[in-house]
Every structure is written in C-alpha cells, then in structure tokens.
Design a protein around this ligand. Structure first.
Ligand code: TPP
Ligand code: MG
Length: 496
C-alpha cells in the first residue's frame, strides 16, 4: 500500500523521520479518542429523544419531516428535484443523527467525517441536514433555494456553502471525489497516526444514485478504491430504479453489486437485513404502507460480515435498523470499501412516488399537503417551513455533540504534540496549506546535457518505435530470431 501511494503521490515522509514508522496497512484502528464525546452524544440524544419503545416510530417521524422540508424547498423555488431527496431521507437522517462525526461550528475540522452527495441534484436534502444540524444555513437560506446568489444553489458548491465538501451535479464524479478523499485519509493516517494517537481516522460517506453508477468516471475511481482497499469509504447507493426518463430498465440492467464485487469492494447480492416489527408498525399508513416480510429471528446471530459481499437493504424507505446495521458493518470492514445497495422509492409519500414525475419537478401544493397529512404533520400555508420542536431537538443535539468531539480530538492532539513534536508540526504545516521550508530541495532534478564532454562518444540514436511496438524487439519468434516492426509479417502488421 505504501508503495502504491508513493507511486501515485510521490511524497511519503521517510520512515526514519517519523518515530515508530507505522505501515499504511496498520492504520485501521478503531476510534479511541472520541469515546467520551460519543458517550456525551448518546446522553444528549437520550435527553432529546423519547424512550426506546417509541424510538423507531419517532425516528421515522424525523425522516418524514426531512422528506417534507426538502419537498417544501423545491415547491417554494418551483423547481428542483424532490424525489431523490425524499427517497434518501432515511440515509441522511442516520448519517447525521447517528453515524457521522462532524462539528457544524467548524465545518473544516480536519478529522471530520466527509460526506459527498454524488447525486447532487438531490441537494435540497443536503441543505436540510446542514440547516437542522446547525451549520451556518438559516431557514431563510432554505427558502432561497435555487435563487441567484443564495447559499443554497441548485447543485452543491463547496466554495459557497458551509458544510458542502464537494461541488456535485455532474453525475458520478462525486464518487470519484469520495475515492480521492478516502485515499487522502489513508495517506494521512499512514503518515501521522501512532499507537494511541488516531489523529486521522475519519470515514468518507457518499450517497449516489443510478446515474452516478452509469458514469464511467465512477467505475474508474471505484476500481482504484478496490485496488487500494480503502476500507473507510462507504457508498450508499440509492437504488430507486428510476431515472430522469423513466425506469432504469430502459438503459441500465447490469448487476451493479457484482461489478463492485469484481472491483474488490465489499458487496454481494445477498440481502443482509430484514425490518423488525416495531418499524413495520411505525410505517406510515395509506398508499405508502406495504406488506413486510416476517421479522428476522433475533435469537439467531447475523452471518459474519465476510459472507456478505454487497450489503443490501431491501426496504430502504423505512428499515432504519437494517440500514444502520449495514452501515455499522461497512465501518467494521477496514480492508475494503463498501457499497450498500439501498432499495428506496423515489418521492416516497407522494401520490407520484415511484415514478420519474417526482425526479425533477415540484410535487404541487395539493400533493405536498397530502404528504404532510399522511405523515402526521400540519398542512396548509401557515405551516410551511415549520420545524416541530421534537424533531428539531434531535438534530440540535448533534450540534453540541459535534463540538465535544472536536474538543476531545484537540485534547488528544495536544498530547500527540508532546509525544511526537516533529509529526505534529508537519501535520500543522499541511493543515495550514504551507509548503515545507526546503521545498526546492524536494523537487525532482532532471539534468540536461547540452553537449558531449570531450572524449565521450555521442549516444547511439534510439530505435524509433511507437508506444505499442515497444515490446516487439524483445519478443522471440518461433525460429528464435527477434522480430522488429519491419520484419513483422505483413498480414499481422496490418491487423494490429
Ligand atoms: C454526467 C451527467 N449527465 C447527465 C446529467 C443530467 N441528469 C441529472 S439527474 C439525471 C438522472 C439521474 O438518475 P438517478 O441518479 O437515478 O436520479 P433519480 O432519478 O433517482 O433522482 C440526469 C441524467 C448530469 N447531471 N450529469
Ligand atoms: Mg434513480
């Protein structure tokens, strides 16, 4: 791994200057330094969230509110993409409320988990989450969605909106950026982490859609991620079987999971989870409710993760527990990136759910009100953009927990600087975006010889071969003679 990274990125500090010399392969320790913060987050969440028996239904209420808020933004702008935002709401809720480590007060905290919305057209969802969790995005910013100069443009811009990591919109490239971020994490962890000091241990989460997986750029980057074994890269695939013009069957029938398995990712077509009864009960009534399979027998343990090559969540609209378990499994697999195939319904809750009609157009006031009613929220013009306090409380607890996580990390960094001052200084330099003082000496040198020194014969001119023919002179022919381009049989030369 070190060799591959060095080949690609040139500079890995020499081991002797780095006390301890930890190999990249050994960086995959668990987070140790943020346990106190995690406990604090749990406590804060417990204070804001009702007791466990009601937790599932309450969580679905949060998810449904996110769906509504995203749809309201699109309705207000009278343009945008509500479908994927509504369909991906369960993933977003879990990532921001339960999984990711981040601090809204400092969106550039170096050890934050990275989030990339590769299907950038669903950005109403991203803005909702950033607003609810306390980033510098107000309710007014949400109301200004897609307006000229607003903080909430029609596709995410990382230089423009706090909390947006990557500008996305061109499908597929968000996955490639996610691979780059995970690669950066592996490089930094290999360089700076030392026993007891996981200074860089963040994950990269990507949500993508069908379109992202159709684009070649995602294939190339995913292949590299599999090759490098970037275990801290987790891609959640919004498998809603709909794209801009209708069913994905029109153009996209490949087995994505098998393809990712071939790339060396954690991925299999075997379904990993079944929803539990509590969640089935909590499923919203009416047209969006559906027959659920029997609950998994919880007395039997889940099969070990190595059996599961692609993690599949078959009921991604409301199986929060299954989704969370899949994410936890993905985090536990440190040697491979993971693709979690989450089957969802585009525009879940709308009368037009499951169709391309909710891909890129507002639901309409009547449908939006019907969605709200169905999910148990107050309808009507007076209740637009009103966050219920119980839902808001869940996400504001994340704001506080994030600040505590960063504080715990900073305290660890102070101890790290005492134990490894050279490394800490190098880490600080990189974070500040400064060049090393001796950067000129680090540049590769290419001596140029203008004329032959006296007595040295001029070098023989190199044979001129095209790139494709470079190996030809070395390949022996059946009669033992070496073949050159000129000596190739005319028939072969023609066909190549
Ligand atoms: C490279 C690229 N090509 C085309 C588009 C235009 N486009 C935007 S969304 C979309 C459909 C994407 O389908 P999917 O990812 O399934 O999104 P969903 O319909 O599920 O929201 C297309 C073709 C684009 N954004 N980027
Ligand atoms: Mg789709």
């Amino acid at each position: 791994m070190d060799r591959v990274l060095q080949f690609n990125f040139g500079y890995i500090p020499p081991k002797k200057s780095l006390a301890g010399g930890v190999a990249l392969a050994s960086i995959n320790g668990k987070r140790s330094s943020v346990l106190e913060a995690a406990a604090a987050q749990k406590k804060a969440r417990a204070a804001a969230v009702p007791p466990p028996a009601e937790e599932s239904a309450f969580e679905l209420r949060c998810v449904n509110y996110i769906r509504i808020l995203a749809a309201e933004m699109v309705q207000q702008a009278n343009s945008g993409h509500p479908g994927a935002a509504m369909g991906c709401a369960p993933m977003a809720h879990l990532l921001w409320a339960k999984v990711m480590s981040y601090n809204p007060a400092d969106p550039k905290w170096p050890n934050r988990d990275r989030f990339v919305l590769s299907n950038g057209h669903a950005c109403a969802l991203l803005y909702c989450m950033l607003h609810l969790t306390g980033y510098d995005i107000s309710l007014d910013d949400l109301k200004q969605f897609r307006q000229l100069g607003s903080k909430t443009p029609g596709h995410p811009e990382n230089t423009h909106t706090p909390g947006v990591e990557v500008a996305t919109g061109p499908l597929g490239q968000g996955i490639a950026n996610g691979v780059g971020m995970a690669l950066g994490q592996a490089h930094m962890a290999g360089t700076f982490n030392r026993p007891g000091f996981d200074v860089v241990d963040n994950y990269t989460f990507v949500i993508c859609g069908d379109g992202c997986l159709q684009e070649g750029v995602s294939s190339e980057a995913s292949s590299l991620a599999g090759h490098l074994g970037l275990g801290r890269l987790i891609v959640l695939y919004d498998d809603n079987k709909i794209q801009i013009d209708g069913s994905t069957d029109l153009a996209f029938t490949e087995d994505v999971a098998k393809r990712y398995e071939a790339y060396g990712w954690q991925a299999t077509t075997r379904a990993s989870h079944r929803p539990n009864r509590a969640l089935a009960r909590a499923a919203p009534p009416g047209p969006v409710a559906r027959r659920r399979p029997a609950a998994r027998d919880r007395s039997r343990p889940l099969p070990p993760a190595r059996w599961l090559q692609v993690l599949c969540v078959e009921h991604g609209d409301d199986d929060l527990r299954g989704l969370l378990t899949a994410i936890e499994r993905a985090k536990a697999e440190e040697g491979k990136p993971t693709l979690i195939k989450v089957t969802t319904t585009i525009g879940f809750g709308s009368a037009k759910q499951g169709t391309e009609k909710v891909h890129g157009a507002p639901l309409g006031h009547a449908d939006l009100d019907a969605v709200k009613k169905q999910f148990g929220f107050e309808e009507g013009a007076a209740n637009v953009f009103k966050t219920p306090p119980d839902v808001g409380g869940v996400y504001s607890a994340c704001t506080q927990a994030g600040a505590m996580r960063q504080k715990a990390w900073e305290a660890m960094c102070v101890r790290y600087a005492k134990a490894h001052p050279g490394l800490a200084a190098e880490f600080a330099r990189r974070q500040a975006g400064k060049l090393p003082v001796n950067w000129k000496e680090l540049l590769p040198r290419c001596p140029i010889r203008r004329s032959n020194p006296p007595g040295v014969p001029a070098p023989k001119p190199r044979p001129r071969h095209g790139v494709a023919s470079l190996t030809l002179p070395r390949r022996p022919t059946p009669d033992g003679r070496r073949r050159t381009r000129r000596s190739r049989p005319a028939s072969r030369a023609k066909s190549s």
